[in-house]
Design a protein around this ligand. Structure first.
Ligand code: PLP
Length: 228
């Protein structure tokens, strides 16, 4: 972020932070979403702070931007029937707002639980030669929306875990340039060797604040069993 902000300032470029699930992640003791001009958060139900249906928020310290975003989300109007922009209907429904208000009281403690779970995974998995675990860079905190490892024989490991009652997932199985909607760009996997390689080895292990230590140990024990 230091370098990005420096470049953006130099060339007068606005910085928009996509913080979809990064709420409470920090860089040099500063929360994400507070570096740039404006930031977005997703409250999709599966996110760290999820509503019961789709919702999202924009955060900014700039009053003009805040007002404009509010208007765009409300068909471009601030005063009823007085449309200054061609906006959209992106108003959060009250039910979702109420659910999020309650969840806001818990999000910090849930985040700490995710971090504690990641520490337990690390303790048990760090020595395993067949997998790589997430690394948290110096000066950063990670809020572990997911706990994604890179695994040898990923597909076989995934079915072995499934047979043992452990749900895992792929976030995401295909790299964007190879999706059907980008067929017209005529890309192949070799154009994106690192992204493609990662897509073949990633595996998201169970991660949610209510996971218990014995459950995490069971997951780790089964991963070890698979490789031995
Ligand atoms: C980094 C990132 N940005 C944006 C989104 C989209 O959020 P939403 O589904 O609320 O539009 C996601 C959702 O998966 C995401 O992971």
């Amino acid at each position: 972020m230091d370098l990005l902000i420096e470049i953006a300032k130099k060339y007068s470029i606005h910085v928009i932070e996509d913080c979809a699930q990064a709420i409470f992640a920090e860089f040099k003791n500063q929360y994400v979403g507070t570096f740039g001009d404006i930031a977005t958060i997703s409250f999709y139900p599966g996110k760290n702070l999820g509503a019961f249906g789709d919702a999202g928020a924009v955060i900014t310290n700039n009053n003009n931007l805040a007002e404009k975003v509010r208007m765009i989300a409300n068909h471009g109007q601030k005063i009823k029937h007085n449309h200054k922009y061609e906006g959209i209907n992106s108003r959060m429904d009250g039910l979702q707002g109420n659910i999020l208000n309650v969840k806001l009281n818990h999000i910090l403690s849930w985040t700490k639980k995710r971090q504690a779970i990641a520490n337990i995974y690390r303790k048990h998995l760090k020595e395993l030669p067949n997998i790589s675990i997430p690394k948290v860079d110096k000066d950063c905190t990670h809020v572990f929306h997911l706990y994604v490892i890179l695994a040898e024989k990923r597909n076989e490991l995934m079915s072995f875990l499934k047979d043992n009652g452990i749900g895992t997932a792929l976030h995401y199985p295909n790299i964007l340039p190879l999706l059907a909607c980008y067929d017209h760009l005529n890309h192949s996997a070799s154009d994106f060797p690192m992204g493609f390689d990662a897509s073949q080895r990633i595996l998201s292990l169970p991660m949610f604040p209510e996971l218990e230590e014995k459950e995490i140990q069971y997951v780790c024990q089964k991963i070890k069993e698979f490789y031995t």
